[in-house]
Write a protein that binds this ligand. Structure first.
Ligand SMILES: NC(=O)c1ccc[n+]([C@@H]2O[C@H](COP(=O)([O-])OP(=O)(O)OC[C@H]3O[C@@H](n4cnc5c(N)ncnc54)[C@H](O)[C@@H]3O)[C@@H](O)[C@H]2O)c1
Length: 164
């Protein structure tokens, strides 16, 4: 079943964090095509304005430039929202080794802020973007939950921590 066949209540509002990024901007476009409303929260740290230029005039689209490390921003972004697709994160494995503290602050605390803001606002669902890096050095294919090896870079540790 394709995503086009999934339906939600009329006028549902989706919050896409990291919505100016590669995956998030495509999610925003798909949700708008399905006829629902989208709020995008992105600090444009790695995302691009050009990814969202074509969405800005859509009356069902709202862009908030903001940082998920800031809890108040997360609370405001969750106001009136039904579902969150939490894509906001930094995604470079080498950079996560060079800047491990900043990565933890962004990818762990940012996500926790979003989870807590979603909880306090009584949102219906929170969808989290993890990573295959959580399987670490486990060599077998296909990857299976419950068969993880040792976690490798800080990026993977952050993703696993958010999952837990
Ligand atoms: N692209 C992949 O192959 C892949 C694979 C596995 C997991 N993921 C995960 O999917 C998600 C999206 O990945 P992507 O490839 O679209 O990355 P991307 O870098 O294109 O998008 C991430 C977006 O998050 C935003 N962002 C980062 N920190 C933020 C913060 N503190 N506050 C607000 N916005 C912030 C960035 O500006 C960017 O627009 C990420 O969580 C990533 O870890 C991606």
């Amino acid at each position: 079943m394709g995503y086009q066949n999934v339906s939600f209540p009329e006028n549902s509002l989706f919050l896409v964090t990291g919505g100016a990024g590669f995956i998030g901007s495509n999610l925003c476009e798909a949700i708008l095509k399905m006829g629902y409303k989208v709020r995008c929260l992105d600090d444009l740290s790695t995302g691009k304005q050009t990814n969202i230029d074509m969405l800005m005039d859509n009356p069902n689209y709202e862009f908030i430039k903001g940082d998920i490390k800031d809890f108040d921003t997360c609370m405001k972004a969750c106001d009136g929202v039904d579902y969150v697709l939490n894509q906001a994160a930094w995604g470079s494995v080498p950079q996560s080794i060079e800047m491990s503290l900043l990565y933890c602050a962004n990818n762990i605390m940012g996500t926790l802020n979003m989870m807590e803001a979603a909880r306090q606002n009584g949102l219906k669902k929170f969808v989290y973007a993890s990573s295959s890096s959580v399987y670490g050095d486990e060599p077998n294919l296909p990857k299976k939950e419950g068969r993880e090896g040792n976690l490798l870079p800080p990026y993977a540790v952050c993703k696993m921590c958010d999952e837990e």
